[in-house]
Design a protein around this ligand. Structure first.
Ligand SMILES: *Cc1c(COP(=O)(O)O)cnc(C)c1O
Length: 356
């Protein structure tokens, strides 16, 4: 039976990426060697790294003055690297979920952290609005897509201090005005590549302003200078990222992707709103994530949660259990998820409704 992959991360990749990766494992760039065994200093891999960086710059229209890095340690290491490299005394954070809270916690190690607003009071089921960002903070940190709770900040905010964003789970799903940000980072394993690499887009002139000594590996300038080759980069994951970016470019880029993503999300949200068995966890359509769609059983049908989970699984729906802090269901509809998978899930929801 066909499997429909709704995992939140690591998650579905384009078939193109899988096929090209298999080819590369057998013979990387005509080198006669596998990508798994090639030196990161080989001319073939240096070309791959440079092309991957160039594709990121092209697809996101990264302005000059910014550098694109591929680093180990995932998004979670960036939670610490950002404050280490940018915070002198104070930083401001918007707390919109579990990942945002983790980022905030790490920042506290390096100075004063102002939580400008939080949606924790309602289990992070909305995006706070009308908050004030202190003008004397060194930067303002946001999480654009809250993977666990299913909310998304879809507009690039205007702030007067440097803006930093964790875009782990919505990068490349829509256009972003990079010029509004000082740093954009994320783990690649949601919309770009297998696990093992983080991307960082950093505005160079934001760096070098802190007085604390920085270990070489944790200093963005080290990686800028070495063009992401200071130490051995995650060769395989970068190669796979290059394939996904080629696929995305071929498809027409992030604007085309955004249109497809919004269409897919609408089909599923419409069904959640219509189907009497389910309710969305995010009430305000404005705040609803286009990437991670969360829903629970309606109050009077709570006992059907497990039967629905079992039925969906029997129909090939993989990875739709909600995160343990929310419960219910979460369907992740990343770039690579075909519209037919969303339609298949909707079909399963309708069928289950008619049986119950
Ligand atoms: C998955 C995720 C992370 C964690 O990424 P790691 O690479 O595992 O550290 C951080 N932030 C967001 C928004 C995520 O979705």
């Amino acid at each position: 039976m066909k499997k429909h992959n709704f995992y939140a991360g690591p998650s579905i990749l384009p078939q193109y990426t899988i096929d090209k990766t298999i080819e590369g494992i057998k013979d990387f760039a005509g080198s006669g060697l596998s990508v798994l065994e090639i030196s990161h200093r080989s001319k073939e891999f240096i070309a791959c790294m440079n092309d991957t960086i160039a594709l990121v710059k092209e697809l996101l229209e990264v302005p000059s003055g910014y550098q694109v890095l591929f680093l180990g340690g995932g998004a979670s290491l960036q939670f610490a690297m950002v404050p280490m490299n940018l915070m002198n005394t104070k930083a401001a954070y918007l707390n919109t979920g579990e990942w945002a809270s983790k980022a905030l916690k790490e920042a506290k190690i390096f100075g004063e952290v102002v939580e400008v607003a939080s949606s924790k009071d309602k289990n992070f089921n909305y995006i706070p609005k009308n908050y004030t960002v202190p003008s004397d903070a060194d930067y303002f940190h946001i999480t654009t897509n809250n993977t666990i709770f299913g909310t998304e900040l879809k507009k690039d905010p205007d702030v007067k201090i440097p803006l930093v964003a964790d875009m782990s789970s919505d990068i490349f799903s829509r256009p972003v005005d990079v010029s509004k940000y000082s740093i954009i980072y994320g783990g690649a394993q949601k919309n770009l590549a297998p696990a093992g690499v983080a991307f960082v887009i950093v505005k160079e002139d934001i760096l070098g302003k802190v007085t604390r000594p920085l270990p070489s590996m944790l200093d963005y300038r080290t990686h800028i200078k070495a063009e992401s080759m200071f130490n051995t980069p995650p060769v395989f994951a970068v190669f796979a990222a290059q394939q996904t970016l080629k696929w995305l470019k071929e498809l027409g880029g992030v604007k085309v992707m955004q249109k497809k993503n919004i269409e897919k999300a609408k089909i599923l949200y419409d069904e959640i709103d219509r189907n009497r068995l389910f309710v969305p966890t995010i009430a305000d359509p404005e705040d609803r994530s286009v990437m991670n769609i969360c829903f629970v059983m309606a109050e009077q049908y709570k006992e059907l949660e497990k039967p629905f989970a079992d039925f969906a699984k029997s129909q090939g729906m993989i990875g739709i259990e909600g995160h343990r802090s929310v419960g219910g269901f979460r369907a992740s509809t990343y770039n690579a998820l075909p519209g037919e998978s969303v339609k298949a899930l909707v079909g399963v929801m309708k069928e289950f409704e008619s049986k119950n």
